[in-house]
Design a protein around this ligand. Structure first.
Ligand SMILES: Cc1cc2nc3c(=O)[nH]c(=O)nc-3n(C[C@H](O)[C@H](O)[C@H](O)COP(=O)(O)O)c2cc1C
Length: 185
């Protein structure tokens, strides 16, 4: 069974994170989930049904819980994703601040050379955001802005969301078929 650490931070894009949680649970992934304090505010606004979805997850943590397993390199897992990733959390990861559980777990993933996927959301991007993305990439993170492709002719918002969730799962090495793949054309 694959073991994944996931963090939800306070950027827009909660439908991506909830779809990702649902799909990971459906695939029986052992999910360890941290939700930042700011993320709860955005969840209330964007996806008021969030409690039902997050209630599916057995292992959940608050950002203050620096004693949680993923704060240590001895906790083995198959990868971490921060979805969505706020510019504040991107900065903290890029600069190695380990002052909350999300930033510490990301720092640990990088030092242990484990997969770390960041799904940053802001627009437009200023120079600091761009420099932080480059720094995080140089440190080993995968930077995956949620930019869906339109070549598969999405019918609705859920198609676009699933497309991004599928690409994130691909990056985490989780087999999935939740979105149609390009087969050439
Ligand atoms: C409704 C709402 C939407 C937000 N959207 C974004 C966003 O898309 N990108 C971003 O970087 N910050 C966004 N923010 C600001 C972050 O929540 C804020 O910077 C926060 O400190 C991030 O903390 P965290 O990274 O610990 O979750 C938003 C805040 C609110 C209330």
């Amino acid at each position: 069974m694959q073991k994944i650490v996931m963090a939800i931070t306070g950027a827009s894009g909660m439908p991506y994170s909830l779809t990702l949680v649902q799909e990971l649970m459906r695939l029986d992934v052992e999910l360890h989930l941290v939700v930042s304090n700011a993320a709860y505010k955005v969840l209330h606004l964007e996806s008021p049904e969030y409690e039902e979805v997050l209630g599916l997850v057995e292992h959940t943590y608050r950002q203050e819980d620096l004693g949680a397993p993923m704060a240590s390199g001895s906790f083995q897992h198959d990868g971490m994703v921060i979805c969505p990733c706020s510019m504040a959390s991107l900065a903290a990861v890029a600069r190695g601040l380990g002052s909350n559980l999300i930033h510490r777990a990301a720092d640990v993933a990088l030092k242990e050379s484990r997969r770390l996927v960041l799904v940053p959301r802001e627009t437009p991007l200023n120079r600091v955001h761009l420099q932080n993305m480059l720094a995080a990439r140089d440190a080993g993170a995968i930077i995956m802005p949620p930019c869906p492709g339109f070549y598969n002719k999405p019918r609705d918002m859920q198609d676009l969301i699933r497309h991004i969730a599928a690409r994130i799962m691909d990056s985490l090495g989780i087999e999935n078929s939740i979105s149609r793949r390009w087969e050439g054309g």
